[in-house]
Design a binder for this molecule. Structure first.
Ligand code: ZN
Ligand code: ZN
Length: 567
């Protein structure tokens, strides 16, 4: 399940992978002839590799693995006869990944090279998985590229690596590479694909993955609860709430994560009343105890609906009645809720009284509200300073952009220039806007001002046509949306004109058949001018546009948006 502050449900572990033991229950307790983890007597030198491996497996996957025990046994194993085999290292690597101990785990890579195991496919798969656990995808990729013999598992590990790190385009690219090498996707490949399709908002790829799962599982087994949760998440993230509901309602059983996913996604689609209804069913009919993520989901719903009273009620209900300890993410939601509803003083008060240290996200949401509510420039400045202070290492361009908007709306153009200069001096660049849409299974991506698309010339011609047609119904560009662009209003206009979602919409209008909703995914929040343009396009071209930006879904139809201009 996903939200700005909660991770999406991950597909279930790859039970056919060499990493199966990590997710399996630990083996039975040691019998009398097996040494315990705490007082381990060394086995005799003639111990077979099978016994060694059983012992390693036991140590590695005990609920509380001990790094010292693992190192000790690895040491003894290296000096034993017979020597360790590929399985021994696989267990050890898995254990260190489980312990999140990079230093100890990576030492095994040298043993592996020393013992001449580097070309062993089983070990290479384990090493790839180990490095991916620590986010070192490039190292895993180097191992993958060097493998003389790849197996289905090798491809799955790599595909899953790209998927869990959010590199969804590469996930799809590697999948195609895999098929070209005559490997067929299996259930585990498809689970990674579900996550990638949801991330990309690529509905038809998601549908294909779902169909594949049903076909492969046939009547032998039910799709398990975690996969169903992933499917609900996938469809909702792709903008198809009806399909998400269909999966959700067809689930033979649901857990708290299922309900949390549904409530969060309903919230991001602006279905606030349905969120509250779902919560009641979850508690009263399914008798499930909500958790801290449920509170995030409900506060997120209140936030999208601007419902301060309800938000505060849920906050107290969860902390007082359900015994949920309010954490940073809950206070973040609360501050955002108050600030966006115009209660900036109350939001600042909440930040000052919260028991945990506010992070940059909280300060930034406060600054955003200050800009929207045209709060005193001095207050906005101090909030911006706090945001930069909390995020000193990241050099967050978002704070600079917001601050420049604060100054621009107060007509303080000298300060806007100073912000621009400061950004240049600090080497801080505005994150480029990027929008994508999927047509016939191919995801087309556009960055602002992009000319790299093969149909770029036609796209720009279409954009001109769009602008002419929406001008007739009263469109006027708002240069205030681009305060950081140096120069006169014409220059700002030229910049806004080429925002990524407009390129994506022009391409969609050129290629999609009448009556098909256009689904666009944007990495940043849609700006006010593009929001206005999209509303007008929906009425002039009689097209339904579903835009998922960084915050939520916007459904544009007949000249209005489902967010009611509150986003
Ligand atoms: Zn824009
Ligand atoms: Zn909207």
């Amino acid at each position: 399940m996903t939200s700005p502050s909660a991770p999406p449900p991950q597909p279930p572990p790859h039970s056919s992978s060499p990493f199966t033991p990590a997710f399996s229950p630990p083996p039975p307790p040691p019998s009398s002839h097996m040494p315990s983890t705490s007082s381990s007597a060394p086995p005799s030198p003639s111990t077979s590799s099978f016994s060694w491996n059983s012992l390693l497996r036991f140590l590695a996957f005990s609920p509380t693995p001990k790094p010292l025990n693992l190192s000790l046994f690895l040491f003894m194993l290296l000096h034993s006869s017979p020597p360790p085999d590929s399985r021994s290292f696989s267990f050890i690597l898995k254990a260190y990944a489980h312990l999140f101990s990079f230093r100890l785990g990576s030492q095994n890579h040298s043993y592996i090279l020393k013992l001449g195991f580097s070309s062993d496919t089983f070990i290479a798969n384990s090493l790839m998985h180990f490095y991916i656990t620590f986010g070192l995808l490039q190292l895993a990729r180097m191992l993958f590229d060097d493998m003389p013999n790849r197996t289905q598992v090798s491809w799955n590990v790599m595909i899953d690596g790209y998927s869990i790190t959010g590199d969804y385009n590469t996930t799809l690219y590697v999948l195609r590479e895999m098929q070209l090498q005559f490997f067929m996707p299996d259930v585990y490949t498809v689970q990674s694909l579900l996550s990638a399709s949801g991330g990309l908002g690529a509905l038809s790829i998601g549908i294909w993955a779902h169909a594949f799962l049903i076909k492969r599982l046939d009547s032998r087994a039910r799709i398990d609860i975690m996969v169903n949760n992933s499917l609900v998440d996938l469809y909702a993230r792709c903008g198809s709430l009806s399909m998400a509901r269909q999966v959700f309602e067809g689930m033979p059983e649901r857990d708290v994560a299922s309900w949390n996913t549904m409530i969060l996604r309903l919230a991001s689609h602006g279905r606030i009343k349905e969120c509250f209804f779902a919560f009641n069913v979850m508690v009263k009919e399914d008798n499930l105890r909500p958790n801290s993520i449920t509170l995030v989901a409900l506060l997120s719903a209140c936030n999208h609906g601007g419902l301060v009273k309800e938000g505060l009620q849920y906050f107290h209900l969860f902390t007082d009645q359900f015994g949920i300890e309010a954490r940073l993410e809950h206070f973040g939601c609360l501050v955002n809720l108050l600030a966006r509803a115009g209660l900036v003083d109350e939001a600042i008060d909440c930040v000052q009284r919260m028991p945990c240290k506010p992070d940059a996200v909280i300060w930034r949401s406060l600054l955003d509200a200050c800009w929207k509510r045209r709060t005193q420039v001095e207050i906005s400045e101090s909030v911006a300073f706090k945001a930069l202070e909390s995020d000193a290492e990241e050099g967050d361009s978002g704070v600079y952009v917001l601050l420049s908007k604060v100054y621009a709306s107060a007509n303080r153009w000298n300060e806007v220039g100073l912000v621009r200069k400061l950004m240049a001096e600090e080497g801080i660049k505005k994150e480029p806007g990027c929008s994508s849409l999927e047509i016939n299974g191919i995801v087309h991506e556009f960055v602002a001002g992009d000319t790299s698309h093969p149909k770029s010339e036609e796209i720009y011609k279409k954009l001109e046509e769009v602008e002419k047609r929406i001008s007739v119904v009263g469109y006027e560009i708002d240069p205030m949306e681009a305060p950081l662009i140096a120069g006169r209003d014409e220059v700002k206009r030229d910049c806004l004109r080429l925002h990524s979602e407009r390129l994506a919409m022009a391409f969609g209008l050129m290629n999609m058949s009448f009556g098909t909703p256009m689904r666009i995914l944007k990495n940043l929040r849609v700006c006010g001018d593009c929001h206005n343009v999209t509303k007008l396009i929906s009425v002039v071209y009689d097209v339904e546009i579903i835009l998922r930006d960084r915050l939520r879904f916007h459904y544009f139809k007949d000249g209005s948006c489902s967010c009611m201009d509150y986003w």
